[in-house]
Design a binder for this molecule. Structure first.
Ligand code: HEC
Length: 119
């Protein structure tokens, strides 16, 4: 019985690790793309947010953001704000595949940078 549970656990853990790794790759590609949303500035998300600058753990959970003096509600809206204003691109669908992957990668990115700062 215990063995059976362990096998099921191991299989599903492997699966979820793989899923995260895939999200990570695609999300990172978007995060470091100069053409995200058709952007025209030659910048990427990483250009400004290198080493997690401006991000904190609260970035993933807070509902209200103040970005460059603008009040913005919700993470997808903030990301779209940065795409439109900072990358001069077109906003992404708030629940679309690219947005979901960017947010998934943002989680990984923020965790990695927090670890480096506070080992
Ligand atoms: C030209 C520089 C620049 C680029 C490029 C840029 N950002 Fe930003 N971003 C900022 C600045 C500046 C802030 C807000 C700093 C402040 O006012 O506190 C910010 C804020 C944010 C926040 C809110 C963080 C918080 O906790 O308040 C998120 C999330 C974010 N950016 C994501 C992105 C993503 C994703 C991209 C790529 C699509 C991106 N940014 C591209 C400059 C940029």
């Amino acid at each position: 019985m215990f063995f059976k549970i362990a096998v099921i656990c191991a299989a599903s853990c492997l699966f979820s690790v793989q899923a995260i790794a895939m999200t990570n790759d695609y999300g990172r590609k978007l995060f470091t793309s100069t053409t995200l949303g058709g952007g025209t500035t030659g910048k990427t998300c990483l250009t400004c947010h290198e080493k997690g600058r401006d991000f904190s753990k609260e970035t993933l959970t807070k509902q209200h953001f103040t970005v460059m003096g603008n009040e913005i509600a919700g993470l997808p809206a903030v990301i779209n704000f940065c795409i439109e204003v900072a990358l001069r691109g077109q906003e992404l669908a708030p629940d679309g595949e690219q947005m979901r992957n960017l947010i998934a990668y943002l989680k990984i990115f923020i965790e990695q940078n927090n670890k480096e700062e506070n080992p």
